[in-house]
Design a protein around this ligand. Structure first.
Ligand SMILES: [Zn+2]
Length: 114
């Protein structure tokens, strides 16, 4: 007669198996990269590998680095320009004044001030 305890039934509702007993996840650590446009990208890397120096930003496609204050430059030769810089390129200050005056006039008309 074999030992009765070789096969044990599992009682329904005997409690969840603790996750750590089933599969120990490989140790991972979050590494944050920063691109030149101040996007932060958190990447989960295996704890034992050295993080690569750069990571492509999924939002703008530019290389991102580990140093927030000193991100790698854009991969394209074109220098980075802010949105405002592009606007200023298209519009002179005089254009800006005219647009502002126009917008203010329209606003005042809507408010019944004129
Ligand atoms: Zn980016």
């Amino acid at each position: 007669m074999p030992h009765g305890s070789a096969i044990r039934g599992t009682r329904v509702g005997s409690g969840p198996v603790r996750p750590t007993e089933r599969c120990e996840p490989a140790p991972r650590r979050p590494v944050t990269y920063w691109c030149a446009r101040s996007h932060s990208i958190e990447v989960l890397l295996a704890a034992e590998v050295a993080p690569p120096a750069t990571w492509d930003c999924p939002r703008c496609g530019q290389p991102a680095g580990l140093d927030q204050l000193n991100p790698p430059g854009p991969s394209r030769a074109e220098p980075y320009k802010s949105h405002l810089a592009y606007v200023k390129e298209r519009r002179s200050d005089a254009d800006g004044e005219a647009l502002l005056a126009e917008a203010l006039a329209a606003l005042r008309r809507r408010r019944g001030e004129i």
